[in-house]
Write a protein of this length. Structure first.
Length: 606
């Protein structure tokens, strides 16, 4: 496992040339803090540049998560290359009111004055949002440990094993049990049972049928299905089942709620009388809370129920979270000690079918009388955004967060891109856009993504840039270029592309840790020489024959460069032309470019 690195708080002290203006910026920061603390979405949006993409987690923070800001150590620096922009550094703490968890970090905002005495946030380091996500996970983990849903006590397990022995006389296999409202139920199998949920080799079904019975052999779900999902896993009070790819629902007390004949069953959060949206082929309808299925267009005022969830945007309301009302399976024959006892989570079919999750997680931590087992103890999965890629093809961005315990606590989060059709069938395999983990936290390795268009996505840590494109047939390709500054090939740039983050260790192997002296240099902003390279490599990629010795020498050293054309104007794209002109105008406006280099102490933890 990678080691966790912590960047200690470094406070830089600056002052604006105009003290009055500095006071106005501070007043704006206090207004922003007040909006953040109150989670007022409308107020928060008003304080940002219209081009800023505000992650919803800023105002939808998990319950029990607290933010506090150390305004006494707030510092302001006038950005060297922009007279109307200041850089504000502000220490902040994130803590949970349950579990005694706290993190201290530094918030960096670029604030621009767009009208006289009117300010707005232009950029913000993604680490702020990432910290909220990370410690939201820890808060959720603590909630689980204090929750009522956890199976407690090894004392009942021997009794359950004895029950299973009686039940097993009537079925080929009794692999799992669960406890719902004090009632023990067993997942039973007829046929050649093969455990399908191995961590690294998951199967979706086999030569057997699965059902659920009580300890008295009262049938909850007949032994007729390829798969029986977790109690309450897809819908509260329901058990989802699957046979030959078709889905249906049973109630937890054993009644068939809707027949097993649907190609998809999807959550719906807007109306209390709607349990779910359903699909048969390319036809969409809804199920009411009494189990009646409606495909009649006039049966509900929300016409989105009769459209594909990706077309209507309803897919962004799908969210799966554990812990919650979900009841986990446990293996009947497991050794019930603190390390071996784990639960089985089969993700709801609406997420599994999209391919944005594995079929199941077979390593979910369960609490015993004395301790917790190893394994996953929190997960959150959500479709964040939908983009119309082309006719009846859609790009989906989904987020996946998981935390748990192995040799030490772990947590990772990832954002994924994939393409689905109108019927929600995956057209391309999932591409991981970015992954952030507590296993390793560095000053320049926190990635963020944004959509350049409905079919072009950018991933960056402000040093490296990657681009993913959705092709005409719906496949996802990573775009490549020979350019060192690859963004000039794919994006019409603005000044944000000149603000970089590059960390370099200073004599890492021979560093004297007792000295506590700075051992890393963090470089921000590109130099004039780098901007000149950025502009000229656009011409070089088209084989332009440079006249000056400097550029001839520089590019002839590149294996990809082949001088072939005296003029390449006819080969330049619209993006190329924009970026060449933008760099020239930027250099004309900024005769002197100062590259900021900060020396910091970077300490490995543990």
């Amino acid at each position: 496992m990678k080691r966790l690195f912590i960047l200690p708080l470094i406070v830089f002290t600056f002052s604006c040339s105009n003290e009055d203006n500095s006071a106005k910026v501070k007043s704006f920061v206090f207004e922003w803090i007040e909006a953040i603390q109150s989670s007022n979405e409308k107020s928060i949006r008003r304080l940002y540049s219209p081009t800023f993409q505000i992650p919803s987690i800023i105002w939808n923070r998990p319950t029990g998560l607290s933010l506090s800001f150390n305004t006494d150590d707030l510092s302001i620096e006038l950005k060297s290359d922009e007279t109307n922009v200041v850089v504000v550094q502000l220490p902040f703490d994130i803590s949970s009111d349950i579990g005694d968890y706290r993190s201290t970090s530094q918030l960096v905002l670029e604030i621009e004055e767009f009208k006289e005495d009117q300010f707005r946030i232009k950029t913000m380091l993604p680490s702020f949002v990432q910290r909220i996500k990370e410690y939201g996970v820890w808060q959720e983990v603590t909630n689980q440990r204090n929750g009522d849903n956890i199976i407690r006590g090894d004392s009942i397990l021997n009794r359950i094993v004895d029950m299973a022995k009686v039940i097993s006389a009537q079925y080929d296999t009794v692999p799992f049990f669960a406890i719902d409202n004090g009632i023990v139920v067993f997942y039973v199998v007829d046929g050649n049972w093969t455990y399908p949920y191995k961590y690294d080799d998951q199967r979706d079904k086999g030569d057997y049928r699965v059902g659920v019975v009580t300890s008295e052999n009262r049938v909850i779900v007949p032994v007729n299905y390829d798969k029986v999902y977790n109690f309450h896993g897809s819908f509260l009070g329901m058990i989802e089942v699957e046979l030959n790819g078709k889905k249906g629902l049973y109630t937890v007390d054993g009644s068939l709620f809707v027949p097993v004949e649907f190609d998809g069953i999807y959550p719906y959060k807007k109306e209390s009388n709607v349990l779910a949206q359903v699909r048969k082929g390319n036809q969409y309808g809804w199920i009411d809370t009494k189990g009646v299925v409606h495909f009649d267009y006039e049966s509900h005022q929300d016409k989105n129920l009769f459209r594909s969830p990706v077309e209507s945007g309803l897919v962004t309301e799908w969210e799966f979270r554990y812990p919650g009302d979900l009841i986990l399976y446990r293996e009947v024959d497991a050794e019930f000690d603190e390390y071996e006892s784990t639960g089985l989570l089969i993700y709801p079919s609406y997420l599994k079918d999209l391919g944005i999750t594995p079929i199941a997680n077979a390593y979910v931590a369960i609490e015993n009388e004395s301790s917790y087992s190893m394994g996953m103890n929190f997960t959150s999965i959500k479709v964040e955004k939908v983009y119309s890629a082309m006719d009846r093809l859609y790009s989906l961005i989904s987020s996946f967060v998981e935390s748990g315990a192995d040799a030490r606590e772990y947590h990772f989060g990832k954002d994924q891109l994939q393409v689905v059709d109108y019927e929600l069938n995956p057209v391309s395999s999932v591409k991981e856009l970015l992954s952030n983990s507590l296993d390793y936290a560095g000053p320049c390795n926190e990635y963020s993504y944004k959509s350049i268009s409905n079919t072009l996505f950018e991933v960056t840590n402000r040093k490296e840039y990657k681009y993913f494109s959705v092709t005409d047939n719906g496949s996802i390709e990573e775009l490549t270029t020979n350019r060192q500054f690859g963004f000039t090939k794919f994006v019409k740039i603005d000044e944000s592309y000149f603000s970089t983050c590059d960390a370099e260790f200073v004599d890492w192997e021979n560093y004297d840790w007792s000295s506590q002296k700075p051992n890393m240099v963090i470089t921000k902003n590109l130099s004039k020489d780098q901007l000149d390279i950025m502009r000229n490599e656009i011409f070089a990629e088209y084989g332009f024959k440079f006249k000056t010795e400097k550029w001839k020498t520089y590019f002839e050293d590149k294996s990809w460069y082949t001088p072939a054309n005296d003029n390449v104007d006819h080969l330049l794209t619209e993006i190329d032309r924009h970026n060449i002109q933008f760099i020239l105008e930027y250099l004309k406006r900024h005769k002197e470019i100062i590259v900021q280099r900060d020396s910091v102490l970077y300490v490995p933890a543990g």
